[in-house]
Every structure is written in C-alpha cells, then in structure tokens.
Design a protein around this ligand. Structure first.
Ligand code: FCB
Length: 457
C-alpha cells in the first residue's frame, strides 16, 4: 500500500460554515420583523425564477437550536451568519425591536456554549424596505443609518462576539441590485450603481467605527468580498485589456478604496466615471465627500474572500469585456469549477494588498442533491469541489499567504436568491416541505477534515 501524504493546516486554522438571514431564517413577519427589499422583490412576478420567496426558508428562526447541534456535530470552529437589520430595527431606523435582539442573543450564547466562534455579518442584501422607499443605498443617509444599526447590535452582542463582518459582497449589493437588476431592489440605473457602491463602502467604514465604539473593547472587524480572478480568453493583447477592465470592474473597485484608500485610477479617469459623477453631482450632493475615503479605508482586522469561480474574458469594443465559457472545463449548476483560481486570487491579493489576515469567507457548490433510499444524501461532487479548493488554500499558505480560515457556503440548503430553492449548497440537506434536516456525506467528510485539521493529498 502506498502512503499518502497528509496536508495539515496551522494549529488555529478556523474551519467554518456560512449562511445568511434571508436565505435560512423564514419567520418573515414574526416577533416584530419589518419588511426588507427581498420580501418585496420576491413578490414581484418574474423576479425569482421559481416564484419562490424566503417567507419560511429553512425555518432556522424556529430550528436554530437544532442547527447549532448540527454545527457541533460537524465540529465547526466558527459559524458565519447574518443579522437581519429588519429584526433589530423594523423600519431601518429609530425604534429597536427587543425580540429581534433576543433572537441573536440566544443564538450567540448557544454557539459559545458549544465552543463555536460566531462571525455575524451585519448586511447580506436585506435592506429594510422603508429605507429603500427613501432612496436605498444610492441615498447617502442610508450609510449613516447603517452605522446606527451597527451601534445597536454592537452594544447588545459586543461583550461576547469578537469577530464581525460589516458587509457581504458590497459589489453584489451595488451592481446586481442597481445595474443588472438581478437582485433586490432590481434597478437598472448606472447613476444609482455608482452612488450605491460608494455609500455601501462608506457605511462599512461607519459600521466599523460604531461597532468598536459600542463594544468598548477591541474587536476583529472585516468585510466579505466577492472576488473573481480574471484570465484572458486568448493570447490577443486586446484580451489582456479585457482582463484589466474586468479586474477593475469586479475586484479593484471594491478592494482599492477599502485597502488603498482610493478608487482605481483606470476607472476614475475614464469618461464613463466622470460622466456618472457629474450627473450625480447635478442631481444631488457631491458623491465622494472630504474624508469619505479615510472612513472607508480604516484598517480592517481581516479581509473575507468569497470565491466560487473565475472570469475568462474577451475584449469587445464599447463594453470592453465579455465573459466567455471555456470549453473542456467543468461546470456546476451555476458556474465554471476552477479550483486553482482560489490560489491565484489569494497569492495576488497578498502580493498587491499585503493584508496580514485573509479569510476564505465563502466557498461552495450547488449540487442537485436527493435523499437516497438508504436515507443518506450522497454528494461526492461537493466533496470533490471542497477538497480541491481546500487544497488550493493549503497551496496559498505554503506560498506564504496568511490565510486564517475557510468557511463552506453553506451550512444548510437555502433560498438561493433568483434561483429560489433549486440550488442546494448545504452540508446539511433541507427538505423544504417538512424542514427536516439530513447531514450530507459532505458534512460528514468536512467533520473528518476538521477533526484531522487537514486531509490526505
Ligand atoms: C454568494 C452569496 C451567498 C450565496 C452564494 C452562492 O455570492 O454571498 O448569499 O448566494 O453566493
């Protein structure tokens, strides 16, 4: 028998799993929760492909204790969840809903009791609808109100919760919500997109300050960013231009203000940006005000990287870049599967941005899982996906990138936005009719990885 080498991770490596409020909680109108833009969006015909919504989702709002037991069974070291702003402040501002705070308080205590480190995220797409009615993220006031919300939750949980994530995927909030319209609030407006981008980033800065002030002790605060390494579709020099554009458009537009304190120059010097800024200035207040970038770039304690796939792009005049679908590659129900992209991304981030603490805050794959006759859920494709990506994290560590943890998306099957319940990402299978949970083979496999603190090559 040949000996296979063990790949071990650093002693305190943080093995986790992630979820978000709207995708798992349900209980949409219970105990004083106010409406969010996703409640509204799902009710507009044609927005969600399946016509579904998150009204009851995985019913985590009632089954949280069972879910914490499952986390404990897997042996998770950390759990990343999001707080629903509308449970804490049902109209987004003003009156605080005690029942909402109590819910997260109980959850946090249950996690701590099991030795699972909580990583709450303050915003995972579910803006209070009343704030949308006042202009949403394109309105600068929303950034300030987000800071106020952070202060409320920070004051309640900041005595026990050490790690916080302000925003999940600011780019998605701004661009899918306001440019492509795939996400709530479903706008297609370039002015709104640019304004939303800046205000979401600004709100991150306000929240960072507010959390630290409210907790009255040092906290670890970061943000979780969707990042995609870009590759040229061919060796043509124009395709290299497309790579530069895509990288700026998806990655640097968020990374540079947060980590370098400025927007990428190839963007700000372009006529499109100038046109948008001038247009915005005429419509309302100056978009980027004095000190905004200082607030945005306040040092984070860690940077979360959500990685699913890469972008392979071709140059096209006017739009600059078009995504292609490489042949002979492997695809999931949603995206190309490209594990080395995670290594490329982490090493590039380390080289260019030099932050001391990177965290893979999401990584996972949708698989059309079913419960087999033996009662199990056999998902070898997910195991392979996770394994191949975890090996890339190890490669990055070996190359000197300080990566402190890895979170699987997701703990539970859940409401996958425009795809409804048709995309299962969980380590735990959820029967959405009965809400019954079944630990998948991947969940058992991940438990073993955590116990071994590594895997065999
Ligand atoms: C990420 C989101 C998460 C989930 C996964 C598949 O972009 O943060 O809510 O939808 O994709």
């Amino acid at each position: 028998m040949t000996e296979t080498a063990w790949i071990r991770f650093p002693k305190d490596f943080l093995w986790g799993a992630a979820t978000s409020a709207y995708q798992i909680e349900g209980g949409w109108n219970e105990d004083g929760r106010g409406p969010s833009i996703w409640d509204h969006f799902c009710r507009q015909p044609g927005r969600v492909q399946t016509g579904e919504n998150g009204d009851s989702a995985a019913d985590h709002y009632h089954r949280w204790a069972e879910d914490v037991d499952l986390m404990s069974q897997i042996g998770l070291k950390a759990y990343r969840f999001s707080v629903a702003w509308t449970r804490i402040l049902p109209t987004g501002a003003g009156a605080v809903n005690k029942a909402g705070l109590d819910f997260y308080d109980r959850l946090v205590d249950a996690l701590l009791e099991k030795g699972i480190t909580p990583y709450p995220t303050l915003f995972h797409y579910d803006l209070p609808q009343p704030l949308q009615d006042r202009g949403g993220w394109p309105n600068r006031d929303t950034a300030k109100l987000f800071g106020d919300y952070a202060a409320v939750i920070g004051a309640r949980l900041g005595d026990r919760v050490d790690h916080w994530i302000t925003h999940n995927e600011p780019w998605v909030t701004a661009f899918l919500g306001h440019l492509t319209g795939e996400h709530a609030p479903g706008q297609r407006n370039p002015f709104a997109t640019v304004a939303a981008t800046h205000h979401v980033l600004l709100s991150h800065g306000y929240a960072l300050q507010a959390l630290r002030a409210a907790a009255k002790r040092p906290l670890q605060v970061g943000a979780a960013l969707n990042l995609s390494p870009s590759y040229p579709a061919s060796s043509a020099p124009t395709d290299q231009k497309a790579v530069q554009f895509t990288d700026g458009f998806i990655n640097r537009i968020i990374l540079d203000p947060l980590l370098k304190g400025r927007y990428p120059e190839d963007f700000t010097s372009s006529w499109v940006w100038r046109w948008l800024e001038r247009g915005l200035g005429r419509r309302s207040r100056q978009l980027i005000q004095a000190d905004d970038l200082k607030v945005i770039a306040a040092p984070m304690d860690f940077v979360g990287v959500n990685y699913y796939t890469r972008a392979v792009v071709r140059y096209l005049p006017v739009v600059q870049s078009m995504q292609t679908r490489p042949k002979d590659s492997e695809y999931s129900q949603m995206w190309e599967i490209y594990p080395p992209g995670l290594y490329d991304l982490l090493t590039r981030l380390h080289k260019e941005y030099g932050h001391a603490n990177w965290l893979v805050s999401e990584n996972g794959v949708p698989v059309p899982d079913v419960v087999a006759a033996d009662g199990g859920v056999h998902d070898p494709d997910r195991i392979r996906y996770l394994r191949n990506h975890i090996l890339q994290v190890q490669r990055a560590l070996a190359a000197g990138v300080p990566v402190s943890g890895y979170f699987v998306w997701s703990l539970l099957d859940n409401f996958e936005w425009v795809y409804g319940y048709g995309r299962r990402f969980g380590l735990v299978y959820v029967d959405f009719a009965t809400k019954q949970r079944t630990l998948k083979d991947s969940g058992k496999w991940y438990a073993q990885v955590i116990r071994d603190n590594g895997l065999q090559a």
